[in-house]
Write a protein that binds this ligand. Structure first.
Ligand code: COA
Length: 322
């Protein structure tokens, strides 16, 4: 008997403070028009000083628990995807476990940059299929604003803060149908964030900021996401028309539009949060999924294709029946 990973709850959190394109145009040499035309972004949320990856994760996780209507003690695995952890260790998953007061479970972080939530879904699916776990909480949580060089107009316009969560439970009914994940460290120089301590130990003076060759990242992302769509449809014997919703990583409207075109979808079948959230890295797919479910677009029985691409490079897809 196949054990499937079913979605039983979702949650999302965005910090209160909003930074608009107009605000950014006071900080660097840019305009609202340039940013919106090239990226599709108008606003992004910025965490307050007291907020951390784990505090935002807790809010998103509690929403998912409430929607699922379960006792948090049932959670037996917590996976947190983040590139901006509160501490090097303990893991943000352990800090979240403590915040939620969940005792009998195991928690760990994963680092797959913007592909973090799709990688998290893939890992959770394996644990549920093998019977190791029954109820798994996955959270993508990011305070990108703390690793951005706010004087660099080519990167500071793109990113925002937030957390997205999903709760999965073992079931005999189909849930996650398949996941496909990949990485290629050969592209490390196109998109990276140094660890300043490690850099200093190696005699380099590098700040812990996002460095990106945007134009090159853009091209690889479009091609790679096109390939992951083909791979996912072929491996699962699906036609484009079998997919009800595309829930993409929210990096750039033009990248998302290229993926939708590849799927023969119009943009009405794509859950887009980018305009008012920017790129929230590992949180973005789960934030969009949560939005699509809570506003009633994604319904039980719908087939959803999630995809993501990020530093590494890492990329992947998760195909699921909601
Ligand atoms: N405002 C105004 N001009 C800007 C600017 C800004 N915020 N940022 C860059 N520019 C300028 C550049 O300096 C360059 O000027 P030049 O021609 O005088 O040298 C010009 O705009 C074109 O730069 P380019 O980098 O080629 O622009 P682009 O069309 O590729 O758009 C990005 C830049 C970053 C929006 C785009 O490359 C992108 O979205 N890439 C993918 C990034 C991404 O998704 N990363 C995360 C992956 S998970």
């Amino acid at each position: 008997m196949t054990r499937w990973a079913n979605v039983i709850g979702t949650g999302g959190y965005l910090p209160e403070s909003i930074r608009s394109n107009r605000d950014l145009s006071q900080m660097v040499d840019t305009t609202d028009e340039w940013i919106y035309e090239r990226t599709g972004i108008k606003n992004r949320h910025i965490a307050a000083d007291h907020e951390t990856a784990s505090s935002m994760a807790e809010i998103a996780a509690r929403q998912a628990i409430e929607m699922a209507n379960i006792d948090p003690q049932q959670i037996d695995l917590i996976i947190v995807a983040t590139g901006t952890p509160d501490r090097v260790y303990p893991s943000t998953a352990c800090l979240l476990q403590q915040r939620l007061g969940v005792r009998n479970c195991v928690g760990f972080d994963i680092q797959a940059a913007c592909s973090g939530s799709v990688f998290g879904l893939s890992i959770a699916d394996q644990y549920i299929r093998t019977g190791f776990a029954k109820t798994v909480l996955i959270v993508g949580t990011e305070i990108c604003s703390r690793i951005i060089d706010w004087s660099d107009r080519s990167t500071c316009i793109l990113f925002g803060d937030g957390a997205g969560a999903v709760l999965l439970s073992a079931s005999e009914q189909p849930g996650i149908l398949a996941t496909h994940i990949h990485s290629d460290g050969g592209y490390e120089d196109l998109l990276y964030c140094p660890n300043p301590q490690a850099a200093a130990a190696a005699g380099q003076n590098e700040a812990g900021h996002i460095h990106m060759r945007g134009n090159e990242v853009f091209k690889v992302a479009v091609n790679t996401l096109g390939r992951i769509v083909d791979e996912t449809l072929e491996a699962n014997d699906l036609q484009q028309s079998d997919i009800d919703w595309l829930v993409p990583h929210q990096a750039n409207t033009r990248i998302i539009a290229a993926t939708a075109k590849k799927l023969g979808m119009d943009m009405e079948q794509v859950i887009l949060t980018l305009e008012n959230q920017g790129n929230t890295s590992s949180a973005s797919v789960l934030l969009a999924f949560n939005e699509g479910i809570r506003d009633g677009r994604i319904l039980r029985g719908h087939t959803v294709l999630m995809e993501a691409f990020g530093a590494g490079f890492t990329w992947g897809s998760a195909l699921l029946k909601y």
